[in-house]
Ligand binder design. Structure first.
Ligand SMILES: Nc1ncnc2c1ncn2[C@@H]1O[C@H](COP(=O)(O)OP(=O)(O)OP(=O)(O)O)[C@@H](O)[C@H]1O
Ligand SMILES: CCCC(=O)O
Length: 357
């Protein structure tokens, strides 16, 4: 059977990851880092479109990949309206919703860039398990005030991929397991997976949960309101304290977990205190999700870049392994997960869903 050639595009806040897969094998792949300075020349996220697309086309060119050789193009999906888990064909409604979304996230560029490249070769573009996958129990939507409904915004693609990887290793199906998955990346999301559905999770973009390398997570709301009306901060300063310049970066001046790990090895006690506080908050979120699953938890899975750091994982294990065994899956499976969605669709085992908005 002919091997499928799949271009996978995953724009993140500080990098653009790109790969060409032949079936499940990434024959070429690259993570292109973008410095704060490089991205600050653009007024907003959509302003980065030509820049990021140009980098991808140049990379394909350098690797002698002609786009007409591609069978499929898939991007990581961003801030559309809430959807169920699955693979979606990019359509006009999706593009419109991405353009008008009030919240911003780099993954929204995935659909735009995938669509433009696919159109050039007369094909459709796809996204899968975007960050707005919503499987919340109704009770989890209640925030505490009717003006505000809790939203499901999290690392859905990697949560689902790591849950599947764990289930495979256990010789089980996700639909048989009750898992707590903690993605420890630039942002942190902790979700309760009940028989394959993420029935509760913190809104990991700009609102809830543990602080992360660059996000503040949950903050005392009354103090935020007082600051917002104090005339001391602009709206964008207030927001960047939540996303981009919050969390570890606000305390230690860097969002780089490896740099902080090195500082701890050199004896930096402040760095150790902040990392332990982050692990403490992640552990509390895991405890919360254990109550969502009524204490019946088969396993706790730690994933994302920061799951490579033993100071963090050991602290979380010590605080949570009374709930269930803790398994560590460092890094992420997002690129492979996107390629796998295409392969399953091509083989007729998964049907692309139509995005209705
Ligand atoms: N070996 C390591 N030790 C400590 N921290 C690490 C290590 N490797 C990566 N990290 C840190 O993990 C964080 C990034 O994780 P990851 O790559 O999963 O996030 P991302 O893709 O940038 O963002 P997100 O996961 O929120 O979409 C960074 O702070 C990075 O420095
Ligand atoms: C909110 C999910 C995506 C991210 O943190 O980058």
């Amino acid at each position: 059977m002919k091997k499928l050639k799949i271009l996978v595009i995953n724009p993140g806040s500080t990098s653009t990851k790109v790969a060409v897969f032949e079936n499940k094998v990434p024959v070429i792949e690259k993570s292109i880092s973008h410095s704060d300075k490089e991205l600050s020349q653009f007024d907003d996220l959509l302003g980065q479109y030509d820049f990021r697309k140009g980098i991808i086309l140049q990379w394909l060119n350098e690797n002698n990949v002609e786009i007409r050789q591609l069978d499929y193009v898939i991007g990581r999906g961003g801030l559309i309206q809430p959807v169920t888990s699955g693979i979606y064909q990019v359509n006009d409604k999706m593009i419109e919703d991405l353009k008008t979304s009030a919240m911003k996230h780099a993954s929204s560029l995935g659909a735009f860039i995938a669509q433009e490249i696919a159109l050039q070769i007369g094909k459709e573009a796809y996204i899968a398990d975007p960050i707005v996958v919503d499987e919340l129990d109704d009770i989890a939507r209640v925030s505490g005030h009717p003006l505000y409904e809790r939203k499901s915004v999290f690392h859905a693609l990697n949560h689902k991929a790591i849950a599947r990887r764990h289930a495979d290793l256990m010789d089980a199906e996700c639909s048989e397991l009750r898992l707590i998955v903690a993605h420890l990346g630039g942002g942190i999301s902790v979700g309760a997976h009940r028989y394959g559905k993420v029935v509760d999770v913190n809104q990991a973009l700009d609102g809830e949960g543990p602080f992360s390398p660059e996000r503040s997570g949950s903050l005392p709301v009354g103090d935020i309101i007082r600051n917002a009306f104090s005339n001391q901060y602009s709206k964008s300063e207030m927001h960047s304290n939540l996303v981009g310049n919050g969390g570890m970066k606000a305390y230690l001046g860097t969002n780089d977990g490896k740099e902080v790990a090195d500082r701890i090895l050199e004896g930096d006690l402040q760095a150790l205190e902040v990392i332990k506080a982050m692990a403490y908050q992640v552990s509390k979120s895991i405890g919360e999700m254990a109550t969502v699953l009524k204490g019946k938890v088969d396993a706790i899975l730690l994933t994302g870049g920061m799951a490579r750091d033993e100071v963090i994982t050991n602290e979380i294990i010590a605080r949570t392994n009374f709930i269930a065994p803790v398994h560590i899956y460092p890094g992420e499976d997002e690129m492979l997960a996107l390629a796998e969605n295409i392969i399953l669709m091509d083989h007729g085992k998964l049907k692309a869903k139509e995005y209705m908005g």
